[in-house]
Design a binder for this molecule. Structure first.
Ligand code: ADP
Length: 346
């Protein structure tokens, strides 16, 4: 790989700019509702989401300790994420806006849709921004975000997994608009079940019935997003339950440049635009998270040297020994194949 020359005419790296402009789903001047007040909140008046049991009966089944647990460990209180915080993914952002956000934020204009979209599967390699996109969706909706990991549900919370899932959907329903984000969704919706087959299949049918309820109760604003880096380990009936399935690929060259620029602008750095472009070229198939790690390694190495010079191109070159993309080209091809077969075209 050719390293760039350090020509004096190179433009120095400019301070961070937001990623490419993306028009918000609300008209100028309008703002999405603020995230809801803390739990407990209004209860919906109708029976929904919990099979056929009327909602008024639900509180009896909900353990206050689990409510507390969900409220402290599952309800996210992170900073808002805007479209401009996410580099690239232009067609994915457009699909999310048109298919998911606008019909919710402008219900009057979309009354013809029989079942507005409420369930979304984001699949792709780790670190490509699936969680970031989900947080952005929640911000755009001004919703409460409840986030839980499928593997954590099956390990740490194993004994109480079904009750926790029930409580999560109960809280989501009470705090509408809400987004339930299930990361590593394939562990709950696996095609083949291992040792704990019994528990996994009952959690799976529980989750599938919540997905069905959310998808069909269009008057309720609960959105479920599943994310997975292993879509092929889900069975077809499960992944087809998600109304839209979007491939979140590693960032393209332009997006990598944006991510690198943003990350390096956080540290003292002496890269020129030309070097930045070369770096973006060298990092094909790196995820966003891996690009950040590359910059962190380079920055840490620069700080160790005395008298702590700014991060240079050479520091970044050295960091390539430590940070490599986790997915191979072959694995990326498999994602593309899966996308061709099951992804939602947009
Ligand atoms: P995933 O859920 O796909 O495993 P995350 O959303 O957790 O990945 O991404 C990890 C981090 O990587 C994010 O918090 C963000 O800092 C960075 N990142 C990933 N993709 C992007 C992107 N397209 N634009 C900006 N930052 C990104």
């Amino acid at each position: 790989m050719v390293s760039p020359s350090y020509g004096a005419r190179d433009t120095p790296l400019r301070p961070a700019e937001p990623f490419e402009k993306f028009s918000p789903p609300l008209a100028n001047g309008e703002r999405a509702a603020e995230p809801g007040p803390p739990f407990p909140l209004r209860l919906p008046s109708k029976a929904v989401l919990f099979g056929s049991a009327p909602l008024e009966e639900q509180p009896k089944n909900i353990d206050p300790l689990l409510l507390e647990l969900v409220n402290t460990k599952v309800v996210e209180r992170g900073p808002p994420v805007q479209w401009s915080d996410i580099a690239g993914q232009v067609s994915v952002k457009a699909a999310i806006e048109e298919e998911l956000l606008w019909p919710i934020l402008r219900p009057g204009s979309y009354s013809s849709a029989s079942h507005p979209l409420r369930t979304l599967l984001l699949f792709g390699p780790r670190g490509t921004g699936k969680t970031l996109l989900s947080r952005c969706i929640s911000t755009q909706l001004g919703s409460t975000l409840l986030r839980l990991s499928g593997t954590m549900l099956l390990s740490t919370w194993k004994a109480g997994a079904e009750k926790i899932l029930q409580t999560v959907f109960f809280v989501a329903n009470c705090r509408q608009p809400s987004v339930v984000l299930i990361t590593e969704a394939e562990s709950l919706l696996a095609a083949r079940v291992g040792e704990d087959g019994g528990q996994v299949s009952s959690l799976k049918s529980q989750l599938l019935s919540y997905l069905d309820n959310v998808a069909t109760s269009s008057e309720h604003n609960v959105v479920v997003i599943g994310t997975t880096a292993r879509p092929s380990s889900m069975d077809e009936a499960s992944h087809r339950r998600f109304g839209t399935r979007l491939y979140i690929a590693p960032p393209d060259g332009e997006a990598r440049r944006h991510i690198l620029r943003q990350a390096l602008a956080q540290q003292s750095c002496c890269l020129s635009e030309r070097e930045l472009a070369a770096l973006a070229q060298r990092t094909e198939s790196f995820s966003g998270a891996e690009l950040l790690r590359l910059c962190q390694h380079a920055g840490a190495a620069a700080r160790r040297a005395l008298p702590g010079p700014p991060t240079s191109y050479q520091d970044l070159e050295k960091a390539f020994c430590k940070v490599r993309p986790a997915v191979s080209q072959k694995e990326l091809d498999l994602f593309l194949e899966w996308d061709k077969m099951y992804g939602t075209r947009h």
